[in-house]
Design a protein around this ligand. Structure first.
Ligand code: ZN
Length: 261
């Protein structure tokens, strides 16, 4: 089975900033998609902010197993309707990989329900991304750590809910640490946040970073049929309950009424 991945990028820095364009002439999304496609088990398409519906039509999302998200400057330009659509697909079982400054995206903040704020410094300092959970599938083949000669410092406190698993912790030359690889689940959807990926450093060209992204796509893929009844009533009217029950006590509803709220 081929995992259908889509790499979403706001695609602004690469068009407006020569420093970024020099590193990602076709856009960060294109570089990541090419890195994913090295794995014959992954097909990788792309979508960008300026496309109709930000390139994320219902039909495309319904046919997406894992969505990757890179955004920075234009979080506020992402339509709330599209955010709700992505959130619904995550609940149904679509995987989501949120990258770098995507920590402040509407979709990540919505799914986390917390500020998602952090400390940052752009000094091109060394970053060591330690695989503190080396047996985790996302860290497969990585070794003890990934050493990036230039990283943007992201530091704790990172105001996110306690994750299911912490896969990576980054150390920075300036002394800070950061939980740089975290897993979550919302509904049937698996979520991975991975912090390396600042636009002015060639981080998505790094072979080990690319391996993490391929591993993460495999991990985030939930092969179970989409949980399409996620918004259907989880209960049934009294006359169709599994065991015979009779209405007891007073109710302000119609007797036996059931539904979803
Ligand atoms: Zn950055």
């Amino acid at each position: 089975m081929t995992i259908r991945a889509v790499v979403w990028n706001e695609f602004l820095h690469e068009r407006h900033d020569a420093e970024v364009r020099a590193i990602y002439p076709d856009g960060i999304h294109a570089t990541i998609a090419r890195a994913l496609a090295v794995d014959g088990g992954i097909s990788a398409a792309t979508a960008t902010l300026d496309q109709p519906e930000h390139g994320l039509s219902q039909g495309l999302l319904d046919a997406t197993d894992v969505l990757l998200w890179w955004g920075h400057r234009a979080h506020g330009d992402v339509s709330d309707d599209i955010v709700r659509r992505v959130q619904q697909r995550v609940a149904e079982g679509m995987g989501l990989i949120v990258l770098h400054s995507g920590h402040f995206s509407k979709i990540f903040k919505t799914l986390m329900g917390s500020p998602c704020s952090l400390r940052w410094r752009e000094a091109g300092e060394k970053e060591r991304v330690w695989a503190i959970n080396p047996s985790h599938p996302i860290a497969r083949g990585i070794g003890p750590c990934i050493e990036l000669p230039n990283g943007e410092m992201y530091g704790e406190p990172f105001l996110v809910p306690e994750p299911l698993e912490t896969v990576f912790i980054s150390w920075f030359e300036g002394g800070e640490v950061f939980r740089s690889g975290l897993t979550y689940q919302r509904g049937a959807g698996r979520i991975f946040y991975f912090s390396p990926g600042h636009e002015t450093y060639p981080i998505y060209h790094d072979a080990a970073i690319q391996q993490v992204l391929r591993n993460a796509v495999h991990w985030a893929h939930n092969p179970a049929p989409a949980w399409k009844d996620v918004s259907d009533a989880p209960n049934v009217p009294i006359e169709r309950a599994r065991e015979r029950i009779v209405q007891q006590g007073a109710t302000l509803h119609k007797p036996g009424e059931a539904g979803l709220r």
